[in-house]
Design a protein around this ligand. Structure first.
Ligand code: GLU
Length: 306
């Protein structure tokens, strides 16, 4: 497979979609990013990396961090990870990522780890396991991406905290059901920090390599059991792209996780991990050009999981 040629064709296909959406503005610091950006990268399972466009430009990972916090909780739980599934489900929610509506009827147990409520539970668990959830995440991402320069973006974390009433409400509501182990202010603070980490398409594609290698890191050491990597990929496929996961599976056919910074990471198990970035989002919160690019990538290569 000539990845470079495929990526160039995919980028050419996606460019007309680049401005067909809106940059997220509910976190004001995210609105500063130009809608014109587009980058895509592929890291294959042997460690070769290819990219086109703004593939080396850092952007706010936002909810893509939810994939890595879940992986880190599983990795740190040393086989006892099943306990996280007592506290969070693995069904698509069909509701927006920051919705409160299901939580009351479902006794404070979020539908899945990739909506905000579920991610707060995972961050809470990581805080218990590590004593410093966001710094552990940063170190983990530096190690997996091989980029020691990865950092939090303080302006984004502050902006999110300032406008974080919805996430605070989700956390307090779950705490009222006894589904948080740590104080609400600490859980949301670590969650905002983890969302503010800046990474490029290159960094994210490389860092997500263990998902394509059935749990193995680039150096061959084992981060997760194969069945754990399979589970994360399965939850990405069914829940990773907000309340458009069905549509995304229909169009792209890959496990994927999007973020409101405009990034989407996607996994082709046994082959490679992709990351695409373009900040303008559709109404559900997925990058318009990013989804078009991944759609075209699986069409060209025939490499969906179906
Ligand atoms: N930090 C964002 C929030 O909690 C993440 C949203 C996202 O990327 O889906 O609203």
């Amino acid at each position: 497979m000539d990845y470079q040629a495929v990526l160039e064709e995919v980028a050419a296909h996606a460019r007309p979609y680049v401005r067909q959406g809106r940059v997220a503005d509910y976190i004001p610091a995210l609105e500063q990013v130009s809608a014109d950006r587009f980058g895509i990268a592929v890291a294959d399972i042997n460690g070769d990396v290819y990219g086109v466009g703004d593939w080396e430009t850092p952007f706010s990972v936002q909810s893509i961090s939810k994939t890595f916090s879940l992986a880190l909780v599983m990795a740190q739980s040393h086989g006892g990870h099943d306990s996280i599934w007592q506290r969070v489900g693995r069904e698509p929610s069909g509701t927006p990522f920051n919705s409160l509506v299901q939580l009351e009827a479902e006794n404070g147990i979020p539908r899945n780890p990739f909506i905000n409520a579920g991610a707060l539970v995972v961050t809470d668990r990581l805080q218990t396991l590590t004593g410093d959830a966001s710094t552990s995440m940063l170190h983990f991402l530096r190690e997996e991406s091989g980029n020691e320069d990865l950092a939090f973006d303080q302006a984004v974390a502050d902006s999110e905290a300032e406008h974080g009433d919805r996430n605070a409400a989700l956390a307090h509501f779950m705490a009222s059901f006894g589904n948080l182990e740590n104080p609400v202010p600490s859980v949301i603070e670590h969650y905002f920090w983890q969302c503010s980490i800046e990474m490029s398409c290159r960094d994210l594609a490389v860092a997500g390599g263990f998902l394509a290698r059935h749990g193995l890191r680039a150096d061959g050491s084992r981060l997760l059991e194969a069945r754990e990597a399979k589970r994360i990929n399965a939850v990405m496929l069914t829940c990773g792209t907000y309340d458009a996961a069905g549509e995304f599976a229909y169009r792209v056919g890959l496990p994927a996780k999007s973020g409101v910074g405009g990034g989407i990471i996607a996994v082709i198990p046994g082959r490679c991990t992709l990351c695409v970035w373009s900040p303008a989002l559709d109404a559900r919160g997925n990058s318009v050009a990013g989804a078009a690019a991944l759609d075209h990538f699986t069409t060209l290569t025939g490499w969906s999981v179906f």
